[in-house]
Write a protein that binds this ligand. Structure first.
Ligand SMILES: C[S@@+](CC[C@H](N)C(=O)[O-])C[C@H]1O[C@@H](n2cnc3c(N)ncnc32)[C@H](O)[C@@H]1O
Length: 302
């Protein structure tokens, strides 16, 4: 192979330099540090719990082996039979619970409060954020199934990337939930006047939940990078908007923008209790709230 003279050698161009990110303000630095500490603590707790479960399983196995070792043939059969019986009972209980859950979800499909999660924002999220949204939706479905008064959950905009990711969840195809490839405007076109987009940027404050209204939640994990996005979307579509009455009951240590699963959980708690204060206290973590306010009636309610 011919070697190139130094002046003939091809030079790989340097990749274009990315401009350095703008420096964070002091408050933003504090918030970031707080978030990082919280995440680290959460990971540590998760690891501790996992280790505790492993040790407990090991302890139970050891106890079982020891019990069998020192037992006569007759005692062994009795021990094994009672363990089988316990397992049977546990499985029966689980299957009864599953049956009750399915009946509740079927009931919600007939007359439950309609709540839509709008999944048309995948193109604005990173892979990690999409994954986090999938986890939140799984959580919403599980909490809804456990509730005494579940809501009638809809996932719209399932035709895109979010839908493909959700379909990878084991058992997703059997979920008792409405899944629409198109948008909520298409899926619920005959009820457009009842659509209410929930968004922290609305001027309207929710007072109660109306059975005939359909509340839409933006399926977005963005750390509010896309501020005002759902408000703009609803305005452009001529859809009513409303925010949760958080400011009337709580002072938050950061913004009033909640995650999708927190909003679903608050709605579910409110359907059960008809009490916003209790619903907020039940769902919003203590680290995110400062103090209780007396009810401020100056906000425009709907
Ligand atoms: C993580 S937030 C997304 C924030 C996003 N920047 C936006 O423009 O909505 C997820 C969704 O939860 C709902 N949400 C969050 N906080 C809310 C609040 N305080 N009031 C009403 N809805 C809220 C909204 O539907 C929102 O789109």
């Amino acid at each position: 192979m011919d070697t190139l003279a130094p002046d003939q050698a091809t030079v790989t161009p340097e990749p274009p330099q990315q401009p350095p990110p703008p420096p964070l303000s002091k408050n933003a630095q504090k918030r970031l540090l707080k978030q990082q500490r919280f995440e680290a603590k959460k990971a540590e707790k998760k690891a501790q719990l996992k280790e505790h479960k492993r040790r407990e399983a090991e302890r139970r196995r050891r106890e079982w082996d020891e019990a069998l070792e020192g037992a006569t043939e007759e005692e062994r059969s009795r021990l094994i039979e009672s363990r089988r019986e316990l397992r049977r009972e546990r499985m029966e209980k689980r299957s009864e619970e599953r049956g009750r859950k399915l009946r509740r979800l079927e009931g919600a499909r007939e007359g439950g409060q309609k709540v839509v999660i709008d999944l048309e924002f995948a193109h604005l999220m990173s892979a990690n954020e999409i994954n986090s949204l999938c986890q939140q939706i799984m959580y919403c479905y599980a909490v809804n199934g456990r509730c005494e008064y579940p809501c009638h959950l809809w996932l719209t905009g399932c035709g895109g990337e979010m839908g493909s990711q959700l379909r990878r969840i084991l058992g997703f195809d059997k979920w008792l939930i409405e899944k629409e490839d198109g948008s909520y405007v298409e899926a619920l076109q005959d009820q457009k006047e009842n659509l209410v987009y929930l968004t922290a940027d609305s001027e309207n404050v929710l007072d109660v939940l109306h059975q005939k209204k359909i509340y839409i939640i933006g399926g977005l994990v963005d750390r509010n990078r896309w501020k005002g996005l759902t408000m703009k979307k609803a305005e452009e579509q001529g859809i009513q908007t409303a925010k949760l009455p958080i400011g009337s009951y709580l002072k938050m240590s950061s913004s009033q923008v909640l995650t999708v699963n927190q909003v679903v959980e608050i709605i579910l708690k409110f359907l059960e209790t008809k009490d916003w204060k209790e619903s907020f206290f039940h769902v919003i973590p203590q680290r995110k709230r400062c103090e209780l306010l007396s009810r401020d009636s100056s906000e425009k309610t709907m």
